[in-house]
Design a protein around this ligand. Structure first.
Ligand code: ADP
Ligand code: MG
Length: 651
């Protein structure tokens, strides 16, 4: 290579978002700055995992450097801490891409979280896929020298003081891997201390499956002979935590392992560690987090880490976890899958299916146990992930009985959340069904006219206010032999006595002319008008016929642009025969079947029913005009002096 074509130093600007992120990190007053070590060790460990995986098919990658390890090298004199690994390394382009741009939206989301919640959430940095930049919590200059694995790869140095740009230039590195040198800020020199580093590694990184070697100084000889020598000492256990026996692992170790795995800063709510040795042999360690990660909703984010015979295969193996358990984190280490397992193989593997089945069962068992032993913690879980879990009812019928036991709802009992089992335990004599009402919010459903008769009979009603609830309830159908019945449905499955039935028939007969008139006026909007047995205080309400969807669900689908293709099932208008408005309306109609107000009032009642179910009315202006007309009449009546008492006496 001649001098002319030696590539020179290049300067690159950071993406705007990274600049913002860096300035936040640099100026952070967050006190637990040691998290940088966890992040950098985790990156190094990932790089080693990736190399080991590639070496399965390309063993020559290991030729020049067989060791797979991490090294921590503090240098008092220079004030630097170097974190080195013999992993996959980065090429020139990878350095520029991985440490200068962000492929996903991580940094923006992270910045938003910081803006909302403040300093302490700096520790979440790793969760957002920008953990590398935590180096600037303790360093004002960072140098990365990296050489990608493989033949004829050159080494490159990436350097930045985090002031808007970084440089990349050729460098020397004898073998593959990455060295990250942190030029520690004046007040962060504590991270050079042997004991500080040792204890941080034990605390955060003990379970890293590769040896972490710390360079330590040893004095040898005495007097004139005294010398200091350096040596590398392994400071972690370097064995896969999940392969140790349960009795050798403390709760703290499980918790730290979880944090390492997820970059969560909070301990998990619960975990289960098991070995399956039936037809498929594997070890599993599963965790339930306390809080949802920022990207819980995105479809890709599910799965657990897959290892095959201790070798890391992939980070989020979706095939192992159904969508409705996408909050579960952890590790599966299979003894049966081949090391060179491909995506296609995963999708069509008996072994994978069997692991998945096991994993589902273990997860559900874990939740059941949590609900039983630590109800408070279970509620924390439910508030964070209940919505996700409920999807399982709609998509995977085989677990519905167990999932049914895990549901929690608010109810008309007004005492927090209840389980279905507790609800059933409180059911009144003569109550045959579990009643629920579905709508936008507790406020929107609690006073709904549909609940009137249920409340009057003392039947508890569950409030379902999560969009997924209607599907979930339809998936569940029944619990402990009791059908789930929506209070918005036409058939409430109320047991009526013979007298009640007879009275109902008489009411229907008596109101026939009026209900027919109503049907006539509202034929565009409702499929049927009939006398109700569910109303006590309200004159009318709209109910959903068999196979129809409640109004809230229709609105949701419309908002999501999915309502278009759906046939709109017209609802049924139910009329309260004992309500004074209905009685008077009937009288007016019978006196003069052609009276024009009757049609107006019927439409007004229908509009009212729409409003109480949270729907919008077709023509708000007309509604307002009718309302004004009515108020004018009533006000005029009220203002007119009653003739007998207040008229001036003549003469
Ligand atoms: P994440 O680890 O979540 O991807 P980071 O900000 O920690 O986010 O790292 C960004 C990327 O930089 C990594 O995905 C990886 O590609 C690369 N990287 C960081 N450290 C190393 C390393 N020691 N060896 C190889 N690649 C690395
Ligand atoms: Mg990382």
């Amino acid at each position: 290579m001649t001098v002319e074509n030696v590539p020179q130093r290049e300067t690159h600007a950071f993406q705007a978002e990274i600049n913002q992120l860096l300035s936040l990190v640099i100026n952070s007053l967050y006190s637990h700055k040691e998290i940088f070590l966890r992040e950098l060790v985790s990156n190094a460990s990932d790089a080693l995992d990736k190399l080991r995986f590639r070496a399965i098919t390309e063993p020559e990658l290991l030729a020049d450097e067989p060791a797979l390890e991490l090294r921590l090298i503090p240098d008092e004199a220079k004030g630097t801490l170097t974190i080195e690994d013999t992993g996959i390394g980065m090429s020139h382009d990878e350095l520029v891409k991985n440490l200068g741009t962000i492929a996903h939206s991580g940094s923006r989301e992270f910045l938003e979280t910081l803006a909302q919640k403040g300093q302490k959430d700096v520790q979440l940095i790793g969760q957002f896929g920008v953990g590398f930049y935590s180096a600037y919590l303790v360093a004002d200059r960072v140098e990365v020298v990296s050489r990608a694995a493989g033949k004829d790869q050159a080494a490159w140095r990436w350097t930045s003081e985090a002031k808007g740009s970084f440089t990349v230039e050729p460098a020397e590195r004898a073998t593959r891997g990455t060295s990250i040198t942190l030029h520690l800020k004046e007040d962060q020199k504590e991270f050079l201390g042997e004991w500080r580093l040792r204890s941080l590694i034990t605390q955060y990184s003990d379970y890293v499956g590769h040896p972490i070697k710390l360079q330590v100084n040893k004095s040898t000889g005495t007097g004139d002979e005294a010398k200091t020598e350096t040596s590398l000492e392994v400071v972690n256990k370097a064995s896969a935590l999940w392969q140790r026996s349960k009795s050798d692992i403390t709760d703290e170790q499980y918790q730290e392992f979880y944090k390492h795995l997820t970059h969560d800063w909070e301990a998990p709510l619960a975990w289960t560690h098991f070995k399956a040795d039936g037809n498929t042999q594997f070890t599993g360690l599963l965790f339930v987090p306390k809080q949802p990660p920022f990207d819980l909703d995105s479809q890709q984010q599910r799965g657990v880490r897959l290892f095959v015979k201790r070798v890391f295969i992939m980070d989020r193996c979706e095939e192992l976890v159904p969508q409705w358990l996408r909050f579960v984190r952890g590790v599966i280490d299979s003894d049966d899958l081949p090391l060179n397992v491909s995506r296609e193989l995963l999708q069509d593997s008996q072994v994978v299916r069997s692991i998945r089945k096991h994993l589902v069962k273990k997860s559900v068992d874990l939740l059941e146990k949590l609900a039983k032993d630590k109800p408070e913690d279970y509620l924390t879980f439910w508030k964070a992930f209940g919505t996700v879990l409920k999807e399982g009812l709609a998509t995977e019928a085989e677990h519905k009985d167990k999932l049914g036991g895990l549901l929690r709802y608010e109810s008309s009992r007004e005492e927090g959340l209840t389980s279905l089992a507790d609800y059933v335990g409180r059911m009144k004599e003569g109550q045959e069904a579990i009643y629920y009402v579905y709508g936008e919010s507790r406020k929107a459903v609690a006073d709904s006219p549909h609940l009137e008769t249920l409340k009057q009979r003392g039947f508890e009603v569950l409030y379902m206010t999560d969009p997924v609830d209607e599907w979930a309830a339809q998936g569940l159908r029944e619990f402990q032999g009791k059908p789930l019945v929506s209070a918005l449905q036409a058939d409430l499955k109320l047991q009526s006595t013979d007298e009640e039935k007879k009275a109902q028939e008489q009411h229907a007969e008596g109101l026939k002319t009026l209900t027919e008139k109503m049907k006539d006026v509202l034929q565009e909007s409702v499929r049927e008008v009939r006398v109700s047995d569910r109303l006590t205080d309200s004159p009318v309400c709209l109910v959903v016929p068999e196979g129809g969807s409640p109004a809230y669900l229709e609105r949701l689908l419309q908002q999501r642009g999915r309502g278009a293709g759906m046939p709109r099932v017209k609802r049924i208008l139910e009329v309260n025969p004992k309500h004074p408005v209905i009685e008077h309306l009937k009288a007016v109609h019978e006196k003069d079947p052609a009276a024009s107000q009757v049609a107006e009032w019927i439409e007004l009642l229908h509009d009212q029913a729409l409003l109480t179910e949270g729907s919008t009315i077709a023509d708000p202006n007309r509604f307002a005009r009718r309302m004004t007309g009515l108020l004018t009449q009533v006000a005029a009546l009220a203002a007119t002096p009653a003739p007998a008492t207040s008229s001036p006496t003549a003469g």
